[in-house]
Design a protein around this ligand. Structure first.
Ligand code: HEM
Ligand code: HEM
Length: 135
């Protein structure tokens, strides 16, 4: 794994550890207030980032696109802001909600960019295919 695939997988592994630590602390304290934060760290953080990592690993035409770097940084920064502000929100800081909303929209935009990168790489015809076989 290299490039953007390796970056995404590194991010995913960090989220898996942080998300499980939060899940364990919820289970041990029997306080499940942070359920949505734990759920999103696990699925949006660990699962989504892993799927991006494996996709970029398996499809070099997608990984070699310069847009994939933009996707990584937009997804990484927005997900970190989103998950931290989600934790603050469920911790009782309701005023943080606009930041959470903006971060969510940026993460959504990043996923739209991924859809474009992925579908273009898979269906983009000879140019994408030639690059895919060359690497
Ligand atoms: C050390 C491992 C884990 C612990 C101790 C843990 C603990 C918990 C706890 C205490 C809840 C709240 C349950 C409730 O109030 O109904 C929960 C919910 C949840 N966990 Fe985990 N969890 C762990 C790993 C994971 C993993 C690996 C994933 C996904 C990849 C995951 C995804 C979820 C989701 C999606 C929910 C929300 C379920 C719902 O909406 O009812 N958890 N977890
Ligand atoms: C822009 C990104 C996203 C936003 C704004 C968002 C928003 C939400 C909201 C508002 C809820 C309800 C929470 C509650 O009732 O307390 C929810 C629940 C849930 N979402 Fe998301 N979500 C996003 C991305 C995702 C993704 C990518 C996944 C899976 C890969 C996911 C999986 C879940 C699950 C499993 C639940 C149920 C657990 C819970 O109640 O927290 N979400 N989400």
């Amino acid at each position: 794994m290299q490039g953007v695939a390796r970056n995404f997988f590194t991010l995913a592994v960090i989220y898996s550890i942080l998300g499980m630590m939060l899940g364990l602390s919820m289970a041990m304290s029997q306080d499940h207030t942070q359920l949505p934060t734990h759920a999103h760290i696990m699925v949006l953080g660990w699962i989504m980032s892993s799927v991006f990592a494996f996709f970029y690993h398996l499809v070099p035409a997608a990984r070699n696109s310069r847009l994939s770097t933009i996707h990584f940084w937009a997804a990484a920064v927005s997900s970190i802001v989103m998950l931290v502000t989600l934790f603050m929100f469920y911790g009782g800081n309701a005023a943080i909600e606009p930041v959470l909303g903006i971060a969510s929209l940026v993460y959504f935009a990043a996923t739209m960019l991924f859809a474009f990168i992925a579908l273009r790489a898979l269906w983009g015809g000879e140019a994408a295919g030639a690059r895919a076989t060359a690497h």
